[in-house]
Design a protein around this ligand. Structure first.
Ligand code: BGC
Length: 427
């Protein structure tokens, strides 16, 4: 064996509704694409047609031995107009969840993953004061309809990436550049998470369910000063980290709000997580407010630094601070030809298995290639390759390796030789 998987570590994969389902025109990303704003001019209305092909996809997951699966539901399908819920769509998701459970796959349901129904987007989305009530009414419907089937929940995916891209840098819909809007969205999303945390627990308890795990998926990065001897660079690293991830993490997990998060009515201090959800991709090397990549390093096909140690550092830091198991709710890389993804999977899982850390679950991003937001179909993250024209799925070498690791609880010499040996990262 090249390495044995950490005892008890569960392996799975993650996706998000808008990125794989196709067919829905009633959301802000479909409109953004229709306006020609996705770089490669593709649209999430195509994606992987998973809404129709979920059985085929879940069958493939089961064949690969996927144990846990994090997936999303499309709010704009469920509530196409404010207060109007579509029972057929909820029945569809029920069928999908029942199907994965029947295949032995444990579901983790994400309530919000970047995308808003048009009617919600056009009233200001999470910057609107009413957003908390509106989100809660949606979330309650979902739990009433599906809550008996699912133990594990993510309330909101990456509130920081959402707020930064959509409201601060203005590169995502609704293309705003306003710190005031970021503060409003952070504050309202914190209230949404905390209220949803309590609501899901209460409802599941009333259903007689003993185990319920709720948290949110945090996009966490390592921030490094470009020049360690430059005090401005050092200040920027700290400031970026606080503004981008630490303040919102603390607020959502504990209800303690500090700028840029403000305390909304109804938010009280407490413990609002049953696990620490970390989405980890890269390290930022900074010299100002914003992102940056060091010059001489291994990079993926989007130019992001590949830095596996960062995940362990963050898992340990948050594990110590918040005292809960860490679930890696996303980790993966953009590799359009699956040239180095097998090596990426190997290196990251080896590190998780051979270092001391509180990681209990690992959801690889992503199960299959999908609509990568502003990059559209051009950026591939999948263990499974998708031909969007024909909707053919082909398991990549990385997917075969992943399945082998699950089956053998580690990397055998044969698997290493077959899938990993000779592969290299590029710069
Ligand atoms: C998001 C995913 C996205 C992935 C790769 C995460 O920030 O949650 O939706 O596809 O990163 O960029």
């Amino acid at each position: 064996m090249r390495f044995t998987l950490k005892e008890g570590l569960l392996l799975g994969a993650a996706t998000a509704a808008t990125q794989i389902e196709g067919g829905d025109e009633n959301n802000n990303w479909a409109r953004f694409a229709a306006e020609g704003k996705v770089y490669d001019k593709t649209s999430p209305t195509r994606a992987c047609d998973h809404y129709n092909r979920f059985r085929e996809d879940i069958d493939l997951m089961a064949e690969m031995g996927i144990e846990i699966y994090r997936f999303g539901i499309e709010w704009s399908r469920i509530e196409p107009a404010e207060g109007a819920f579509d029972p057929e769509v909820l029945a569809h998701y029920r069928e999908e969840i029942e199907y994965m459970i029947s295949k032995g796959i444990r579901p983790m349901l994400t309530l919000h993953h970047f995308t808003n129904p048009l009617w919600f987007e056009d009233m200001g989305g999470f910057t609107n004061k009413r957003s908390v009530e509106i989100f809660m009414s949606f979330a309650e419907r979902v739990i009433d309809a599906l809550g008996d089937l699912v133990e594990d929940y993510i309330t909101i995916n990456e509130p920081n990436v959402y707020a930064t891209n959509s409201l601060f840098f203005g590169t995502w819909p609704p293309e705003k550049k306003s710190l005031v809007s970021v503060v409003k969205a952070f504050s309202n999303m914190t209230a949404c998470h905390i209220r949803a945390y309590k609501m899901i627990h209460e409802k599941r308890q009333r259903m007689g369910k003993e185990v319920t795990r709720v948290s949110f998926a945090n996009h966490l990065r390592i921030f490094e000063p470009k020049d360690k001897d430059n005090s401005w660079h050092r200040t920027c690293a700290k400031l970026n980290r606080w503004l981008f991830q630490d303040a919102i993490t603390e607020a959502m997990m504990t209800g303690k709000c500090k700028f840029p998060v403000m305390k909304r009515g109804g938010v009280t201090e407490g413990r609002y997580y049953d696990f620490i959800g970390i989405n980890y991709y890269s390290r930022s090397t900074v010299e100002g407010i914003g992102d940056g990549v060091r010059e001489d390093c291994h990079k993926n096909d989007l130019g992001w630094e590949i830095y596996h140690d960062g995940l362990i550092e963050l898992a340990n830091e948050l594990g110590n601070r918040y005292g809960a198991p860490v679930y890696v709710t996303e980790n993966g890389t953009c590799d359009n030809t699956d040239a180095f993804r097998p090596l990426f999977v190997y290196d990251q899982l080896k590190l998780i298995s051979e270092t001391d850390n509180p990681i209990e679950r690992y959801y690889h991003w992503s199960f299959m290639d999908n609509f990568e937001w502003r990059e559209g179909e051009s950026a591939r993250f999948g263990l499974v390759r998708v031909d969007y024209e024909t909707q053919t799925r082909t398991v990549n070498a990385s997917g075969k390796l992943y399945a082998d690791i699950i089956r053998n609880k580690g990397v055998t010499d044969e698997a290493y030789e077959k899938y990993v040996e000779g592969r290299e990262y590029h710069r």
